[in-house]
Design a protein around this ligand. Structure first.
Ligand code: G3H
Ligand code: 13P
Ligand code: ZN
Length: 328
């Protein structure tokens, strides 16, 4: 059944676990997340970006997620709009039946220019006022995602600041976070701690200077009752990069957010962990392998099946690692 984000995150906080929020764009990804959750008894957050809504088309996104509630009625499911860039986008998502929206006021409507604190408070509070009337939860973001060494947001064409960011923009300030939560009344707060979207997050296995888990602890100490959200949290498994390259891919050396660091963050208030890239890598690796090994095959279902299975395994692994087993 469709539930609000607030309900799931409150339960996660009381019981000390974190919920991966998986980005979905199509049928196979929805099936992968849902079957993984079903096998381990996990609650589900499916999220659709503006890009996903554009790729699938609004009716398809809406009905794919509704189909999931029909096929798996026993699984508590949140349908979440990822990175809404304006109150209008959030409004549109609520009209489509989303039970949760993210108003990302850390950037201006272009999704590239860092916004002022005042702008962020204003748009986020407006969305909270509108959404809460309809029982819809709201995630806000304070701070800009970006690599602490290079000042780059990553993701050329995705969601991320353009140009160089400085350190203070890329690390959410605990005091400002407290003011932000108080001024907006949001349900969950996305914070910036050195992660970024996409596969190219870190040029080496991250240490405390480039992945600021200590900042999660400081923020959680200041606002212990606020559910924290980590974006850019794919772990970018080295095995998947190797498989992709073994079967004709050309990905460069790169490192993601280690699962142990996420587990540490979950001990300190992180309840929602956004993952998109890892599913992309898993599906691409499986698809490349299948097509190279079976050059005579041409039925799309034959290569989508191993891709869907690989995505499912990845989701299942994250559910177990973040403590979701049996929590649904
Ligand atoms: O926030 C970024 C997510 O990975 C969504 O990516 O905009 O390509 O759908 P997308
Ligand atoms: P990744 O690119 O690390 O999977 O992050 C996804 C994300 O934050 C979606 O909002
Ligand atoms: Zn994100």
């Amino acid at each position: 059944a469709l539930v609000s984000m607030r309900e799931l995150l409150d339960h996660a906080a009381v019981n000390g676990y974190g919920i991966p929020a998986f980005n979905v764009n199509n049928l196979e990804q929805v099936q992968a997340v849902m079957t993984a959750a079903d096998e381990v008894g996990a609650p589900v957050i499916l999220q659709a970006s503006a890009g996903a809504r554009k790729y699938a088309g609004e009716p398809f996104i809406k009905h794919l997620i509704q189909a999931a509630t029909e096929q798996w009625p026993h699984i508590p499911l949140v349908m979440h709009q990822d990175h809404g860039q304006s109150p209008a986008v959030c409004h549109g998502a609520i009209d489509l039946g989303f039970s949760s929206v993210m108003m990302d006021g850390s950037l201006m409507e272009d999704g590239k220019t860092p916004a002022s604190f005042e702008y962020n408070v204003d748009v986020t509070r407006r969305v909270v006022d509108m959404a809460h009337k309809m029982g819809v939860s709201v995630e806000g973001e304070l701070g800009c995602l970006g690599n602490l060494e290079t000042g780059e947001a990553g993701e050329e064409d995705g969601i991320g600041a353009e140009g160089k960011l400085d350190h203070s923009q890329m690390l959410t300030d605990p005091e400002e976070a407290a003011q932000f939560v108080k001024a907006t009344g949001l349900d969950a707060l996305a914070i910036a701690i050195g992660t970024s979207h996409g596969a190219y997050k870190f040029s080496r296995k991250p240490t405390g200077d480039i992945l600021a888990i200590y900042r999660v602890k400081e923020i959680h100490q200041r606002i212990p009752n606020t559910h924290l959200v980590m974006h850019g949290s794919s772990s970018v498994p080295q095995e998947l990069l190797a498989l992709i390259n073994q079967y004709g891919g050309k990905m460069k050396e790169t490192y993601g957010v280690p699962v142990e660091e996420i587990q540490e963050a979950i001990k300190h208030g992180v309840r929602k962990i956004n993952i998109d890239t890892d599913i992309r890598l898993a599906m691409t690796a499986a698809c490349r392998k299948f097509l190279v090994e079976n050059p005579d095959k041409f039925d799309a279902r034959e290569w989508l099946k191993p891709a869907r299975e690989a995505a499912k395994q990845l989701c299942k692994q994250r559910y177990l690692e973040f403590g979701c087993e049996g929590q649904a």
